[in-house]
Each structure stands twice: as C-alpha cells, then as structure tokens.
Design a protein around this ligand. Structure first.
Ligand code: 9MR
Length: 347
C-alpha cells in the first residue's frame, strides 16, 4: 500500500516537472524562433528615452503595434488638423528595424479627440467626418502600414452593438462603411476587427462572426479578427480559447492574438509575486503559443503582447491594482512568462 502511495507521489512530481517552465535568458530573439510575426505594443517616448526598453523592442520583436500613437486623438487632435509627426517617427523606427507595423486603431469609442465626441451634424455629415479621418490616415501610411484595426470593440459581451458616437449618429452600418472607406483608401492593406472577451463570451464571438459574415457576403473586405487576450491564468480556460480560435479559423479569417497580457491579480488586493504564480503565468503563455500554432499557417497573422515590461502595462493604473501581466519584470529582465513564450515557440 505504502509503495503505491510513493509511486503515485513520484508520478505526480514527474508530471509537475514535465509541466514546469524552465528559467531562461532572452539571448535568442523570440521572433527568430517563430515562423509567424511576434509583435509588441509600443510607446514612442519609451522607445526614445528608455534604452532597456528600446533594446528589447528591437531585438525580440518583428512586428509593432503603436499602443496609442495611431488613435484618433493622437492623429487628428483638431478637426481637419492631422498630426503625423510622432506616428511617422515610430514608423521610421520600425522600418529601420525591419518590423511590420500593425495600425491600431481607426475607430473606437475611447481616445477620441474632444471635437470628434462633440461633433454636430446630420448623418451625412457624420459619415463624411468618419470617412475623412479613415481615409486621410490610411492614405498617409499607405505602403508602410501593413494592416489596420479598422474598428475596435464595437460589440458588448452579450453580443449587442456597443453604444458609441458612431452607432448613435450613423447607425449599425458604420462598421460596413468604415471597412469600405479603409479598403478604398488602400486596397493593399489588411483590414481587421479587434475586440476583447471574444474567447470568454460565446455570444460576443458569435455576434461578431455573424455580423462580419454578413458584410463579407455583401462583398466588403474583412481580412482578419484580432483576439485581444487580456486574460487571467484560468479565465478564459484553454478550451474556451481553442473554441474561439476554431470558430474564427472556420470562418476563414486571419487571426491576430493582438493584445496579450496575463493578469496575476484576480482579487485586486495586495499580492505576493510567488514563483508559483510566475510559473502558472508562464504555462498559460506557453499554452497560448501552442494554441496559436494550431491555426493553419496561412491564417496566422501573429502574436502581439500589449507592452514590454510590467512597468509599462496599462493594467495597474487602469484597475488600480498591483499586477505583473507582461513578459519582462520591472527591471526589464525576462520572466517565466517570457520563457513560456519561448518554450511554446520551440515546442
Ligand atoms: O494601452 C493603452 C493605454 O496606454 C491607454 O491608456 C488605454 C486607454 O483606453 O488604451 C490602452 O490600450 C487599449 C487598446 O487600445 C484597446 N484594447 C484595450 C487596451 C487596454 O485598455
């Protein structure tokens, strides 16, 4: 009897060991291990003033998403006045480093300039204003930006359209118009719809796929879906992520894991950054990478993390909680989450 227990305990440890994420260094670039683009959301000022940050961005990644620099408040601060200075220097930086640029985002409900929020006019005027923004921006970056999140977060978790200025003043077809305007501005650019909780909320996932299926059947170009993946270790489950990915694969879109971060602080109180927690985060990152690799090659657009280090994440300030959701720690050293990514890539 005792021997049986010992064997079971020994097997348990072997199983745990096999599941362990090994401590690693970041000497080998993540992108050099992958046969799909490995991206990161960046801040132009960090790139300019933070040497450690810049070193990681240039060595580890071959795709760049501007975290904020391409949003409407940054690019069209006053009506008709476009400011491309910061965005252009970011594009130049990425091009010098042979990095792909994914544009984020043409339309959203957040980070709109005040004048846009307060715009007054009838439906025709709103459509014209939206068109001007989309087409001026897309044309400006033509040939330099590979792809765009045309619309970001247009659906609620229950599958309803999210209330926003575009829905209010233009109506449901603002999505269709936005994709059409972007396509007309640059017929070579890839067009994405990007949202969060797609894997967690089945109704949201179905609503999005149904809506865009409708648009595609009318001949509107929609190339890809961005699954943001602001997630926790257990939420969504691996199975839920797989199901969402499979549904999107079946609907024949490119898939972008577009805004990856893995929160460690579910309850929101103070937390200990234990090795156990860091390991679990590393394992989740490995699983995400493994799931991404089940996608047929021609539909793999890339995996993008939403920031470089735990210092740069939007989560602690937004949710007012301690958290450590990214690949690098606050000293810009790789965490087990980085090692999980690396292990997933060489699996
Ligand atoms: O990372 C962005 C952060 O710096 C901004 O303060 C925030 C403002 O809403 O937007 C963050 O990025 C968001 C992205 O554009 C869309 N998906 C959710 C991201 C986190 O809020």
């Amino acid at each position: 009897m005792k021997i049986h227990y010992l064997i079971i305990i020994a097997l348990f440890f072997v199983a745990c060991k096999a599941d362990e994420i090994e401590i690693c260094t970041d000497e080998v670039a993540l992108h050099s291990l992958a046969d799909f683009p490995i991206g990161v959301a960046v801040s132009p000022s960090e790139l300019q003033y933070n040497a450690a940050y810049q070193e990681i961005v240039t060595t580890q990644f071959n795709s760049i998403t501007p975290g904020n620099a391409f949003k409407p408040d940054a690019l069209q601060p006053s009506e008709g006045v476009f400011d491309f200075e910061v965005a252009d220097s970011l594009v130049a930086f990425a091009m010098r480093n042979n990095q792909r640029i994914h544009g984020h985002t043409l339309l959203w409900h957040n980070q709109l300039p005040n004048w846009m929020n307060r715009f007054s006019g009838d439906r025709t005027a709103w459509i014209k204003m939206m068109k001007t923004h989309i087409q001026t921006v897309v044309r400006h970056f033509e040939g330099r930006v590979k792809s765009w999140d045309v619309v970001n977060e247009a659906f609620e978790d229950n599958g309803d359209f999210r209330e926003n200025i575009w829905l209010e003043h233009i109506g449901k077809d603002y999505l269709e118009l936005a994709f059409e305007f972007a396509q007309k501005a640059d017929s070579t650019v890839l067009l994405f719809y990007n949202d969060y909780n797609i894997a967690l909320k089945n109704r949201k996932c179905r609503a999005i796929l149904e809506h865009f299926e409708g648009l595609k059947s009318k001949g509107i170009q929609v190339d890809g879906i961005g699954l943001q993946l602001h997630i926790f270790n257990r939420i969504p489950t691996n199975n839920e992520i797989e199901n969402a990915v499979n549904a999107i694969v079946e609907a024949e879109y490119l898939i972008h894991f577009s805004e990856i971060d893995i929160s460690m602080n579910w309850t929101g109180g103070s937390m200990n950054l234990t090795t156990n927690r860091l390991e679990r985060q590393g394992r989740k990152m490995k699983v995400l990478t493994n799931i991404f690799q089940t996608i047929p090659k021609k539909q793999q657009f890339g995996m993008t993390v939403w920031g470089v280090s735990d210092l740069d994440s939007w989560i602690p300030s937004f949710f007012e909680r301690e958290d450590y959701p990214l690949l690098y720690d606050t000293n810009y050293e790789p965490k087990l989450m980085y090692c999980g990514f690396l292990e997933g890539l060489i699996d």
